[in-house]
Design a protein around this ligand. Sequence first.
Ligand SMILES: Nc1ncnc2c1ncn2[C@@H]1O[C@H](COP(=O)(O)OP(=O)(O)OP(=O)(O)O)[C@@H](O)[C@H]1O
Ligand SMILES: [Mg+2]
Ligand SMILES: [Mg+2]
Length: 301
Amino acid sequence: MKIVMMARNPDLYSHRRLKEAAEALGHELVTVNTLRCYMNIASRRPEMYYNGEKLTGFDAVIPRIGASITFYGLAVLRQFEMMGVYPLNESVAIGRSRDKLRSTQLLARDGIGLPVTTFAHDPKMTEEVLRTAGGAPVVIKLLEGTQGIGVVLADTERSAKSVIEAFRGANVNILVQEFIKEAGGTDIRALVVGGKVIAAMKRTGAEGEFRSNLHRGGSAAAIKISPEERSTAIRAAKSMGLNVCGVDMLRSNHGPVVMEVNSSPGLEGVEKATGIDVAGKIITFLAKNAEVGKTKTKGRG
Ligand SMILES: Nc1ncnc2c1ncn2[C@@H]1O[C@H](COP(=O)(O)OP(=O)(O)OP(=O)(O)O)[C@@H](O)[C@H]1O
Ligand SMILES: [Mg+2]
Ligand SMILES: [Mg+2]
């Protein structure tokens, strides 16, 4: 199989591992810098170019689109889809997962456990929004944050109001969420590949930090998850339409609640914590499923 991986930095752990795993399984993997791909959006014969050469003959594409280049990255991926290249995750599904409001609505529609989550446009609604979220403490999140940046815990009504006003004043969209205190600064990341949980870890925030992100100094360890957590992760992946994703959950006293679904999960934390060859399982899934022209949406939807 001939695979193209869209990634800006081929030296990142995850990208190195995917290439190694592909080669170990006898496939060819070419990494292209997403921002240097350019396309000819011609009717019926879509083309992709890279460094002056036409990219052809690929069976599958692995999109590793950083949050800061979602717009262009998804356009490049759609182009590959139009060319009939099988995407590890479809552009439409990635687009859904990048927007916390949209993805939370999709998960809610499918009855998946969530923290109480509220959203309003008008800052005049602040008091009602806070009341609906159950009152302080609440978690306030930028709609398109990542690595825990833009996630704020407001302990009191007063601080919640000023944080909401500050974000709204800066004209950014936010979610206001019930704070799951009983999670104790620990979350669960379940890696779903092809409808199965293949690895799971728990991440615990640094001392005095409610955010468990590894980028914020959290630490990771392997964990055995419950059947309910497993099925929640699988259902979340399905409702987003992602073949491969990291589902982040909190253990609340009303069962597992999903915080978000990441479409380009990092492999370093989870492989090192669990010793599982996640990259190999991803490539194996791809080899089993990639067929030219099999992509359902061709970037539509
Ligand atoms: N409602 C909540 N209750 C308790 N803790 C929360 C809540 N929401 C988020 N957290 C904590 O904050 C962390 C960051 O939140 P979240 O995952 O939503 O943000 P992010 O910036 O998108 O991070 P990521 O890099 O994982 O995409 C979570 O991993 C979790 O530990
Ligand atoms: Mg996120
Ligand atoms: Mg997260």
